[in-house]
Ligand binder design. Structure first.
Ligand SMILES: Cc1cc2nc3c(=O)[nH]c(=O)nc-3n(C[C@H](O)[C@H](O)[C@H](O)COP(=O)(O)OP(=O)(O)OC[C@H]3O[C@@H](n4cnc5c(N)ncnc54)[C@H](O)[C@@H]3O)c2cc1C
Length: 301
């Protein structure tokens, strides 16, 4: 059953600067297209508005990007879900660095860098998230991670304080940074390396071709489900455990890339999570490896 925590009546919303809506279905805001409602969905108009709102708001806070790495559980998310929009979508080229708002799609960042003749951000072309989600997750592929190119990032902390943190201060590791879950990234600055725009464009095209061949990029999915254990590939462990194509309800382990879960259209978040846990059990039984979720599972079951 899809239900909302819904403690805030629609006519009693907090008056934050920006768009505030109660009991908003989150499925359309995620790649999996599943999950319950946000108690309150807030789209601040700018950093000052966001900082002001966080100073007033007393409940839980969860930032989301475009939901390409999120499994929102069917019971929805209590408190304030913050989704940055237009006020956080600017890109500025400053010499060999690029400043981008946290709502900028990774692909747009890659394309802006390419047009400016700045190499090193090609890997973002096929990552379907936003700059905020990329920094939070230390997103990466094809041998480059966000932390290899990030100079600094600006965050609004839970108490409304705005801070600019250096790469070192963010504590990056594989698909991880040390920020608290309720800290909201609003901007990031990246380092490019001068190169010919044509050469960068050709490399990006090659990366996109390789991705289309290897991943189910047109499905309702959340990207890589599990982190690669040190020295291992999660997909190989899943394949060797006999889970390729495994189904539960409307959820399936992708036939094309078995570290991806797919919603065939009628899956619930519970179907997807149950299937993922079944995969973990089978991999443990087959190889002794304890897979850890890379996809962020949020909200109430
Ligand atoms: C087809 C497909 C392919 C993918 N390929 C890759 C890949 O090659 N490499 C890779 O690393 N990932 C990949 N992913 C996963 C995903 O795209 C990345 O993790 C991406 O960085 C998530 O960004 P998002 O904006 O969608 O964040 P969301 O999925 O919305 O959120 C992910 C996490 O980031 C946090 N977050 C989001 N925005 C902010 C913000 N502004 N401030 C603070 N925290 C925030 C959320 O709270 C959550 O914890 C893929 C996903 C799909 C569906």
């Amino acid at each position: 059953m899809i239900r909302a925590p819904a403690t805030v009546p629609k006519n009693d919303l907090p008056s934050f600067a920006g768009r505030v809506s109660a009991r908003v279905a989150l499925a359309p805001y995620t790649w999996f297209r599943v999950g319950g409602e946000a108690e309150i969905l807030y789209a601040p108009q700018d950093t000052d508005a966001l900082a002001g709102a966080l100073r007033i708001w007393a409940g839980p806070v969860l930032p989301i990007g475009v939901g390409s790495n999120l499994l929102v559980r069917d019971g929805g998310i209590e408190g304030l879900v913050v989704r940055l929009g237009r006020g956080f979508a600017g890109i500025a080229i400053e010499g060999e660095t690029i400043r981008a708002g946290a709502a900028v799609p990774d692909a747009k960042l890659a394309q802006a860098a390419q047009r400016a003749g700045l190499a090193g951000l090609e890997f973002y072309r096929g990552v379907p998230g936003t700059v905020g989600g990329a920094v939070r997750m230390n997103a990466g592929c094809h041998g480059t991670e966000t932390c290899d190119r990030l100079i600094e990032a600006t965050v609004v902390l839970r108490d409304g304080t705005v801070q600019t943190l250096s790469n070192d201060a963010l504590g990056f590791a594989y698909r991880h940074c040390d920020l608290p879950e309720d800290a909201i990234l609003v901007e990031a600055v990246f380092r490019g390396t001068p190169d010919k725009p044509d050469a960068i464009a050709n490399r990006m095209a090659d990366l996109m071709t390789a991705r289309e061949e290897a991943q189910p990029v047109r499905e309702k999915t959340g990207g890589s489900t599990f982190r690669n254990p040190p020295g291992e590939s999660a997909w190989k462990l899943i394949d060797n455990a006999g889970c390729r194509g495994l189904r539960f309800g409307g959820a399936q382990v992708s036939e094309k890339h078995c570290n991806f879960l797919i919603n065939h259209g009628d899956a619930t978040a519970a179907d997807l999570e149950t299937l993922g846990e079944t995969v973990r059990e089978r991999v443990m039984a087959a190889s002794g490896h304890d897979l850890h979720w890379e996809i962020r599972r949020v909200g109430q079951a």
